[in-house]
Design a protein around this ligand. Structure first.
Ligand code: FES
Length: 169
């Protein structure tokens, strides 16, 4: 990664915008896999703007790298005031915005953000679309990403290390 990009990423994550859960969000999108360690969750709140339903605010939590956090920070600012259609029209490179072109090995970090945004803007992800009493999709049902990592997994095996045998036994 070149030095300029590293500087821009450091600047973006030194003061990340819109970090954290959002109480009362209208929609929640999650991408990634807690098994392999990269996850990003996005909360979106809409508002009415002269008859247009636009994104009022978006927040995120991430278990991605610094680039993913930087892109999520910039993207959650970028989508403010946009309709769902306008936000969905944004491409990965638009979301990375001021970071500039990302090297090939970092493009998937921005794609993680794009995936979470698309998931959050999918009507099926609307909090209101989950009927009361119904079980929400697994990733969205965990209140935080940390819960997704720490909740017990079905079929998981607990490994217990035994102490080495004592001499003479
Ligand atoms: Fe995997 Fe950035 S999210 S390296």
């Amino acid at each position: 990664m070149n030095e300029d990009l590293e500087k821009r990423i450091r600047a973006a994550i030194s003061n990340p915008q819109n970090l954290g859960e959002m109480a009362g969000a209208d929609s929640i999108g999650t991408v990634g896999n807690s098994e392999c360690g990269e996850m990003l969750r996005l909360w979106v709140k809409f508002k009415d703007d002269n008859g247009r339903r636009v994104i009022d605010r978006a927040t995120f939590q991430s278990f991605g790298c610094e680039t993913a956090i930087a892109v999520a920070s910039l993207a959650t600012e970028l989508i403010r005031g946009k309709t769902v259609q306008e936000a969905l029209a944004l491409k990965t490179e638009d979301l990375a915005g001021q970071l500039g072109p990302l090297p090939p090995m970092k493009i998937h970090c921005a794609q993680l953000v794009e995936g979470a945004l698309r998931s959050a803007l999918d009507p099926a992800s609307a909090v209101a679309a989950i009927p009361p009493g119904a079980v929400a999709p697994a990733p969205a049902s965990a209140p935080t990403l940390l819960d997704s990592f720490t909740k017990p997994r079905e079929g998981a095996v607990k490994i217990v290390f035994r102490p080495p045998p004592s001499p003479g036994s």
